[in-house]
Ligand binder design. Structure first.
Ligand code: NAD
Length: 363
């Protein structure tokens, strides 16, 4: 099949959907890959590298399957061939207009943030691969912002105590943040409403914080579910006490399809040490801290609150490399004998296919 890799046009997006290594494998499997000139340059992949991998420079939008990182614009949707396919992460749940446009052009769209978190889908799991990049980068941002060293230092000028890092939400990003903060020498603790993560947190050398009266919010598919108002209030009180000792708080809590839960209130921030840093990875979905402002940094009574957006794009080479392998594995799942053959009875295909044969299937 003819696969297309356009250059991403969203501001600040430096990733590319397929990297040269993956292109070489796809070409070997009999696909033709058209890469828009400059598509990989912001991630460190030159047009020459794509050519050497067997790609053809050209109009990526006229391919049979167009591979993307970000949502296409309305103008880009207009460039797609009727009955073509589109693969990427399109935030289908919050993009009804886009899905309508794609259905009108009879595009088969696969939105990979909807992949079920099952073992069979692990190699396609874009949420996990990109959350790994975000969790790592969040710690680097915190280390850059805190006025302290992360590790304990014993020097001729005295002994410096290590930074105390608290990670709220121990999913993929949170676990990566814990591992990264530990590697930098911090003392790390973590909290999550899913008790199942306790062991994973401890295996990374961090302490798992336990509420006096534990809340349990294990939802479907390994995700958390929303807490009741009473449970949430108890959690807020508990966390307000927990953040007092932290030099750095990294928040990653999310509930699929919902606004991110508030975990750190204004009052809790006001109880933190001056110089403390909060990195709110949930900024784009409403923020885990009441004072977070998306895409910017707020300083409130000496506490710095970062609300970064699209952190994976700030590690574009490795984030693209992982994303590209996710996409290629997914293509292997839906393309059979050189043809797109989505099996709508299959759990992975059914969950991710949001437009097909002129219809919006799900959002
Ligand atoms: P996520 O981004 O949806 O949420 C991040 C974390 O926030 C989760 O651990 C969640 O429990 C936590 N959280 C939600 N509300 C909270 C609250 N009020 N207070 C504290 N923490 C709160 O999660 P994710 O990283 O996408 O992971 C979701 C699940 O999928 C996990 O169980 C993960 O292990 C699982 N997973 C499975 C596979 C697989 O088997 N294929 C792959 C990746 C992830």
């Amino acid at each position: 099949m003819k696969l297309g890799v356009p250059k991403e046009t969203v501001a600040g997006e430096r990733r590319v959907a397929l990297v040269p290594d993956t292109v070489a494998k796809l070409v070997k499997d009999g696909h033709e890959v058209q890469v828009e000139p400059g598509a990989g340059s912001a991630a460190g992949f030159t047009d020459d590298a794509y050519r050497a991998a067997g790609a053809k420079p050209g109009d990526a939008w006229t391919a049979d399957i167009v591979c993307k990182v970000q949502k296409p614009t309305a103008a880009e949707v207009g460039k797609l061939r009727e009955n073509a396919a589109l693969v990427g992460q399109f935030q289908a749940a919050t993009s009804p207009d886009l899905l309508q446009q794609l259905a009108q052009r009879r595009i088969t769209t696969f939105s990979l943030e909807l992949l079920p978190r099952i073992t069979r889908a692990q190699a396609m799991d874009v949420l996990s691969s990109q959350a790994t990049a975000a969790g790592y980068k969040a710690v680097l941002l915190a280390a850059e912002t805190t006025p302290k060293f992360f590790p304990m230092l014993v020097t001729a000028a005295g002994t410096l105590s290590p930074a105390r890092v608290l990670v709220l939400g121990a999913g993929v990003a949170g676990l990566q943040a814990i591992a990264t903060a530990r590697r930098l020498g911090a003392i790390v603790s973590a909290f999550d409403v899913r008790a199942a993560v306790k062991e994973q947190v401890e295996s990374l050398g961090a302490k798992f914080l336990v509420m006096e009266e534990q809340v349990q919010a294990e939802g479907a598919g390994g995700y958390a579910k929303e807490l009741s108002a009473d449970q949430h209030q108890r959690e807020l009180d508990f966390l307000a006490r927990s953040v007092k000792d932290a030099d750095v708080v990294i928040t990653t809590a999310a509930i699929p399809g919902k606004r991110a839960p508030v975990l750190v209130t204004r009052a809790a921030v006001e109880g933190m040490r001056p110089g403390a840093v909060i990195v709110d990875l949930a900024a784009e979905t409403g923020g885990n801290c009441e004072l977070t402002q998306v895409g910017t940094t707020v300083v409130h009574q000496g506490v710095t609150i970062l609300g970064p957006v699209n952190l994976p794009a700030t590690l574009p080479l490795h984030a693209s490399q992982m994303y590209s392998r996710n996409i290629a594995t997914f293509l292997g799942h839906v393309v059979k004998d050189g043809k797109l053959q989505p099996d709508m009875a299959d759990e992975i295909t059914k969950a991710t296919c949001v437009t097909h044969e002129g219809k919006v299937l799900r959002s």
